[in-house]
Design a protein around this ligand. Structure first.
Ligand code: ADP
Ligand code: MG
Length: 222
């Protein structure tokens, strides 16, 4: 679940962002739309407890985020949030396998090669385990990054502009993978996107089996 009330964020030397209230149950697909610069990525950072709001309250997966100090927030994030960032941030010097092992290590989990293999298999990239990120296509790299994001079966999956710079076929693929992964893990899925194709893709790919909640972010005044 994600619930927010009166959330605002003031950037030092930047805009004051005012966010619409959200209240969704576990397993919901949430689409954040709105023009570039309206605050979608900032909202994802708030939900992941990477930054604290200037005002307002936020509950994610049953946790009131204002009650977490910095260290508790890191631990909470590691076990609760799967983040597919716009820039994938795969470590260039590590293989696909090692990139996923790093994620287990960062979350204080024992290294579990079987779990890594299962996550890569679920996304159709198990045969790429020994490759370096530079040896992957864009689509393959995104699948690997998604496998890493959901490796620890997070309750919430956050995807920032997952279809940016993808052609129609690859964009449909990315949305399909996000939906099927979230469904398989009963996770709440948040897709932040200014891509007009995404709403239609969610409807098409889910074939009416899931409801999704579109949240329109308005352009905030500076
Ligand atoms: P979106 O993801 O919808 O494109 P962002 O959340 O990235 O929007 O940014 C929202 C607004 O905050 C934009 O006007 C952006 O320029 C501004 N902003 C983002 N990061 C910073 C920062 N570190 N310092 C100042 N302003 C920022
Ligand atoms: Mg953004």
């Amino acid at each position: 679940m994600i619930r927010s009330q009166g959330l605002t964020y003031q950037y030092a030397n930047g805009p004051r962002l005012v966010f619409p209230d959200v209240d969704v149950t576990q397993g919901t697909v949430l689409l954040l739309s709105g023009p570039s610069g309206c605050g979608k990525s900032t909202w994802l950072a708030l939900v992941a407890a990477l930054v604290a709001p200037t005002s307002g309250a936020l509950w994610v997966a049953g946790q009131s985020l204002s009650e977490l100090n910095r260290m508790a927030a890191d631990a909470w994030r590691a076990r609760t949030i799967g983040f597919l960032p716009q820039k994938l941030h795969l470590s260039a010097a590590l293989t696909v396998q090692q990139n996923l092992a790093m994620a287990q290590w960062a979350a204080s989990q024992p290294e579990a090669p079987g779990r890594i293999k299962a996550a890569l298999s679920a996304l159709g990239v198990a045969e790429l385990a020994a490759r370096l990120p530079a040896q992957l296509s864009g689509g393959q790299a995104q699948r690997v990054a998604l496998a890493r994001a959901v490796l620890l079966e997070p309750q919430v999956i956050l995807a920032d502009e997952p279809t940016a710079s993808l052609d129609d076929e690859a964009a449909a693929d990315a949305v399909r993978l996000l939906l099927s992964t979230a469904r398989a893990q009963a996770a709440t899925l948040v897709i932040a996107s200014h891509d007009a194709r995404v709403a239609a893709l969610i409807s098409a790919e889910s074939a009416g089996q899931i409801g999704f909640v579109p949240v329109q972010f308005i352009r905030n005044s500076l």
